[in-house]
Design a protein around this ligand. Structure first.
Ligand code: SIN
Ligand code: FE2
Length: 218
């Protein structure tokens, strides 16, 4: 009979992780991971998610609507209002979140795990002037699981620091098809989007940027 140690080793030695094209303060960037046809197919999948679970602008706990519009797929969706940041089992309309598209889950399998799928795919849509202030992703139960981010559409200047809000930061442009993994020391790093550069991609006919983040929640 196998002992638990052997089981752990079997999991750890599973599929090798792709090597990043760059590291930005311990976050692993895989530039151009998705080719244009894969990007277009995922956009089609995300349109179906948005039809089932329309984009909305969450309120910050301070009562201001976020400039990024959001929705989610999966068991949980990320939500915010005056009561604070949290995950919810339903869209604000009361309907369950649609399933995470298979093509999106395949990216998670390639970088994170084939055994444990993410509970949430947060869909962020950045229109002209949208930005996202520096924050930590810390509404999840187990920070050993990374957050995996997929960029689609216009280029965005992503900023990342450490676990101290006032510490030094670095920025990198995220482009359509890039995958970024915030794991290990980067899992609780402060990060945000300074700005999106209009007209830098033709993927979305009306422009803008979609960012998907995959998370294990509970
Ligand atoms: C996020 O931190 O939720 C989004 C990051 C991004 O848009 O790249
Ligand atoms: Fe985040």
């Amino acid at each position: 009979m196998e002992n638990p140690k052997d089981c752990t080793q079997a999991t750890r030695t599973a599929a090798p992780r792709p090597a990043p094209t760059a590291e930005v303060r311990e976050a692993a960037l895989h530039a151009g991971w998705l080719d244009p046809a894969e990007q277009a197919a995922i956009v089609t999948d995300i349109r179906k998610v948005v039809e089932a679970a329309p984009l909305f602008s969450p309120l910050t706990p301070w009562g201001k609507p976020m400039s990024v519009r959001m929705t989610s797929a999966g068991k949980y969706g990320w939500y915010s209002d005056r009561k604070g940041y949290r995950y919810e089992g339903h869209h604000p309309c009361g309907t369950p979140w649609p399933p995470i598209p298979d093509r999106v889950l395949a990216i998670w399998r390639a970088f994170v795990s084939a055994e444990r799928m993410p509970d949430c795919c947060l869909v962020n849509f950045y229109g002209p002037g949208s930005r996202m202030g520096l924050h930590q992703d810390r509404d999840e139960a187990d920070f050993r699981w990374p957050v995996l981010s997929v960029s689609l559409g216009d280029d965005a200047r992503f900023r990342i620091g450490g676990t101290d809000r006032s510490g030094p930061t670095e920025s990198v442009w995220l482009r359509s098809g890039d995958v970024l993994v915030l794991g290990g020391a980067a899992r609780l790093a402060y990060h945000g989007i300074d700005r999106v550069a209009p007209g830098t991609s033709t993927l979305l006919p009306k422009g803008g940027r979609i960012n998907l983040t995959l998370r294990v929640v509970d």
